[in-house]
Design a protein around this ligand. Structure first.
Ligand code: SF4
Length: 444
């Protein structure tokens, strides 16, 4: 049994995930303390993430299918004063540091961050909203991105060269983004050229054989690859518009890293499943037959989000049985069967807006990361809002950003030191910006 972090107020722990307390961490502490009978996917989530920083891996709560790449950034040891501080002390120190820094710093908080971090964010949103929010703060010398590594890279791509983008914990990667490495994608591209011929040669209709499309949840190196090869970036909000852009320029699309977003979007556009072969980078020709690749409209990379893969059709059936009239909304990173069984599917922004727009008290079962679901439940007490998955299991990499790290990077800035800066090299950044610009131009 792990020890509870110092300074936890036990009266805060008496919550249940379906009650409107926005703090998932309090819920997990309550489970570990035996106060709550709810389940968590891993009781080690109650510990400070620094307990796991020195070990390779995504930390407690990650899926067995998540394999961290060799060379993934590791975080050095957080000084003891931050590891041992109480939640209340860290809150006060972060607040004081932000006050001292004023508009020299902007703090960005992803929807999936812990409540104890989001409460300090100047902007809360999805990765692309946050990168754009940083653009509205030209006076900021530092952008502290409370999210994961690819998000900080995207903010660096879009910010001025003199603005430092800081990721409070370097171990906060994204297992989905890591499923498509630049070497694997380059290798796939070479194999596809052997099947389709020169990939930059347009046919009589002006279409090239393949347009690469990457989800925002990918490394800057992958965005750069896409930019160099006539491709484009998409988000979960604009995936359909981006695929339309790609089909206007190519016979087919290579979509990575998230197979589910690719499949769900293409299926909704009428692409038959048999024209969506999978590309598993560990197998020759991605594990697909050459004939299937020849007929393909969308080649789906074998990637997935371990958080959204947890949602099941059975959970939806249970929600419907226990809550007649429930409105089920899931994220398009969920498997196709889950999206098909839900009432609606949409991005985090879609989910948030759908709940905000509901005028009558409604029961919502939501299939996305639990920190966002709990926050929405607290924000809209007139509705009953709960996570489809009854097991409390936050994104294991988002979880690595603890208030202790936020306090550390901010107090280092107060002392005139920039730590944990994320910088994308120019030869990667230039084509990556091209791919992002194409997305902005394609946006409906
Ligand atoms: S929720 Fe999924 S896609 Fe988002 S950061 Fe976590 S692992 Fe990556």
């Amino acid at each position: 049994m792990i020890a509870l972090p110092k300074g936890i107020d036990m009266t805060l722990l008496q919550i249940h995930p379906r009650q409107p307390d926005a703090s998932v961490d309090h819920g997990i502490q309550a489970i570990v303390a035996g106060i709550s009978t709810t389940e968590t996917c891993n009781t080690d989530l109650a510990a400070g993430p620094w307990d796991f920083d020195a070990r390779p891996g995504y930390g407690p709560g990650s899926s067995m299918g998540d394999v961290i790449p060799t060379g993934a950034p590791r975080q050095g040891e957080l000084p003891a004063e931050y590891r041992e501080a109480s939640e209340t002390e860290l809150h006060a120190r972060i607040t004081a540091a932000k006050t001292t820094l004023g508009d020299r710093v902007v703090v960005l908080g992803h929807f999936y961050q812990r409540e104890e971090v989001v409460t300090h964010a100047d902007y809360v949103g999805d990765s692309f909203q946050l990168a754009n929010a940083a653009l509205t703060q030209p006076q900021a010398e530092a952008i502290v991105f409370c999210g994961v590594h690819f998000m900080a890279e995207t903010a660096d791509l879009l910010s001025r060269p003199d603005q430092a983008v800081i990721l409070p914990n370097l171990a906060a990667g994204c297992s989905m983004a890591d499923m498509a490495s630049i070497d694997e994608v380059e290798d796939c591209w070479e194999q596809l050229a052997e099947i389709y011929g020169p990939l930059d040669a347009a046919d009589a209709d002006g279409l090239v054989p393949v347009i690469p499309v990457t989800y925002m949840n990918s490394s800057a190196a992958i965005k750069g690859f896409v930019g160099r090869h006539g491709g484009i970036v998409c988000t979960s909000s604009n995936a359909r518009a981006v695929l339309e852009w790609a089909f206007a320029r190519g016979r087919r699309v290579l979509f990575f890293p998230d197979q589910h977003l690719g499949r769900n979007t293409a299926k909704a556009m009428g692409v038959p499943l048999e024209q969506m072969p999978m590309w598993n980078p560990r197998r020759p020709l991605g594990g697909s037959a050459e004939a299937d690749l020849g007929d393909a409209r969308v080649i789906l990379w074998h990637g997935f989000c371990s958080v959204h893969r947890r949602f099941t059709v059975d959970q939806i059936a249970t929600a419907r049985a226990e809550h007649p009239g429930v409105r089920v909304i899931v994220h398009p990173e969920c498997p196709m069967a889950v999206v098909d069984a839900a009432d609606e599917a949409g991005s985090t922004d879609y989910i948030r807006k759908a709940i905000a727009a509901a005028t009558e008290p409604t029961t919502f079962a939501i299939g996305t990361e639990i920190n966002l679901v709990q926050r929405l439940a607290a924000q809209y007490p007139q509705h009953e809002i709960f996570c489809l998955d009854p097991v409390v299991c936050p994104c294991s990499t988002m979880y690595r950003i603890h208030p202790g790290y936020l306090a550390w990077v901010l107090e280092e800035l107060v002392a005139g030191r920039v730590v944990n800066r994320i910088t994308v090299p120019g030869d990667v950044a230039d084509p990556a910006r091209v791919a992002l610009d194409r997305m902005l131009a394609a946006k409906p």
